[in-house]
Design a protein around this ligand. Sequence first.
Ligand code: ADP
Ligand code: MG
Length: 211
Amino acid sequence: KIFDKVRKEKQFMKLHNITKIYHNKYNIIEALSEITLEFKLCGLISILGPSGSGKTTLLNIISGKDKNYTGEITGNNNIEIIEQQFMLFESLSVFDNLTLVASTNKVIQILKEFKMLDYKDKIVKQLSNGQKKRVQIMRSLLVEPDILLCDEPTAALDYEDSQFVLEMLSVISQKKCVIMVTHEVAIAEMYSTRIIKIDKGKIQVDKIIKE
Ligand code: ADP
Ligand code: MG
């Protein structure tokens, strides 16, 4: 009963001194060293950095997929990761893919919200990459996470599709914390509220672009 009264507040995610070491056969690689970061309720955060700088390692730790690190993570958020691959059932319709995770009502509502209702009965394999990415994002959103992680969301997309997906993430980030890894500096500068640059496992820049 006491637990009913003391309703826990949402504690937002904090990373304290996260260090990640990979042990290979011949050497030891410090992929992340003493990363300390704090996230907020909403905003679009871009994580930028050259190949091999530790971006994917960081996403895997934030998502909970990788628990083998030193340091501490606090917070009690539900996290969804939007992987680079679409991870959809290609031979099912958009609607069937989405109703796997949520009710018909919620699915219709989200299709309307993102102007995708016309695609409801399309088979996923007939969609363009940009449309698939939007379906994948909607499916992740239907799970109602507090934090949405995206690994290179525009990697397989042309310019127009990229704009569409970023607009969508931008809208979502008004109410949720969206963290995306990207190579594309111009895109990050245009859409993000905050940019974190990492290099060799260390944070080089952490700047707020807009509130
Ligand atoms: P990014 O996503 O920025 O390209 P990664 O997080 O994939 O970088 O990798 C960071 C560093 O850790 C790199 O030096 C990479 O070679 C190394 N690394 C990544 N995954 C492994 C692994 N499973 N085993 C050994 N080393 C790894
Ligand atoms: Mg990577």
